[in-house]
Design a binder for this molecule. Structure first.
Ligand code: F6P
Length: 320
């Protein structure tokens, strides 16, 4: 029987992580467990930075973006010797099991720790929505709404000036933010890593929208890490009568108070993770599939193919 669990956030922060922490702490305390906060993800675990939480520790955080525990990336955690230090620190602090909130890198660490005798449960917390074992990750909806609010503003000014706005969004090799934002904003073009980058086709399409369809403005939503958004905007100015302007939304997408969707998702997932640990499960991750909170082994989750967005992209094409 476990007595004491740890909770940590790792990788890039995402809005709703705090709501998950709150649910984990309150759910565990309600079921007679003690909870230890681990600061700055695996880094704090290796450095032994942990402290005991109580119900008040998580007061007022459900509405806040970021993570009260801090987060970090620690590539060295793949090293067994580094993990052994973490396991020693956990044992010294009486931590029997952990809930790890983060993306796929966090999941790999959780799986490796479980293999070393500390049961871990992963919760998908990332704005990228790149975890295939869950329809949505915590933070994606909030980030998407931030993107939409910004693109709506760009539309006003683009339309007034006959401009083409090239808007670069985050996603770390996953096009979901671009696809969902493009659909929500009625963007003229959506460019994702999954679809690939065909500059000639992009310019030809914009030329058509400009010269044949006589569009007053055009919005191009592009995922990060594909091409230089400024260079693309410059080419658009050269080839069409739109003047191209690039906006890189950057880290603004990671902040802000979580939406209701993210708060509810995080709360349900946090509670499920505690239930799994109490039942002696380790090496699993929690997800939401068809509105049900489910769990599966992390190894299985990491092997799942990326969700296809072909249908959504085809729908987008039909509506331009
Ligand atoms: O994984 C979340 C994310 O925001 C990605 O979308 C982005 O590529 C990356 O993190 C940025 O990382 P950093 O905050 O380290 O610059």
């Amino acid at each position: 029987m476990i007595k004491r669990i740890g909770v940590m956030t790792s990788g890039g922060d995402s809005p709703g992580m705090n709501a998950a922490i709150r649910a984990i702490v309150r759910s565990a305390l309600a079921q007679g467990l003690e909870v230890v906060a681990i600061e700055d993800g695996y880094k704090g675990m290796v450095e032994g930075r942990m402290w005991q939480m109580n119900s008040r520790s998580v007061s007022d955080i459900i509405i806040r973006g970021g993570t009260m525990l801090g987060t970090a990336r620690l590539p060295e955690f793949t090293d067994r010797a580094v993990r052994s230090t973490a396991v020693r620190n956990l044992r010294e602090n009486g931590v029997d099991a952990i809930v790890c909130i983060g993306g796929d890198g966090t999941y790999r660490g959780a799986m490796a720790l479980t293999d070393m005798g500390i049961n871990c449960i992963g919760i998908p917390g990332t704005i990228d929505n790149d975890v295939a074992s869950s329809d949505y990750t915590i933070g994606f909806d909030t980030a998407l709404n931030t993107v939409i609010q910004n693109i709506d503003k760009l539309r006003d000014t683009s339309s007034s000036h006959h401009r083409c706005s090239v808007v670069e969004v985050m996603g770390n090799h996953c096009g979901d933010l671009a696809v969902f934002a493009g659909l929500s904003c009625g963007a003229e073009l959506i460019i994702t890593p999954e679809k690939g980058y065909d500059e000639a086709a992009i310019l030809a399409k914009l030329k058509h929208l400009d010269e044949v369809r006589k569009k007053r403005h055009a919005i191009v939503v592009i995922s990060e890490k594909i091409t230089d958004a400024n260079a693309l905007a410059k080419k658009i100015s050269e080839v069409t009568s739109f003047s191209g302007r690039a906006t890189v939304l950057g880290h603004i997408q990671r902040g802000g108070s979580p939406t209701a969707f993210d708060r509810v998702l995080a709360t349900r997932m946090g509670d499920k993770a505690v239930e799994l640990l109490i039942n002696g499960v380790g090496g699993h991750c929690v997800g939401m599939l068809k509105n049900e909170i489910v769990s599966m082994p992390i190894a299985e989750a990491l092997a799942l193919p990326r969700k296809s967005r072909d249908e959504l992209l085809a729908l987008h094409e039909r509506l331009i």
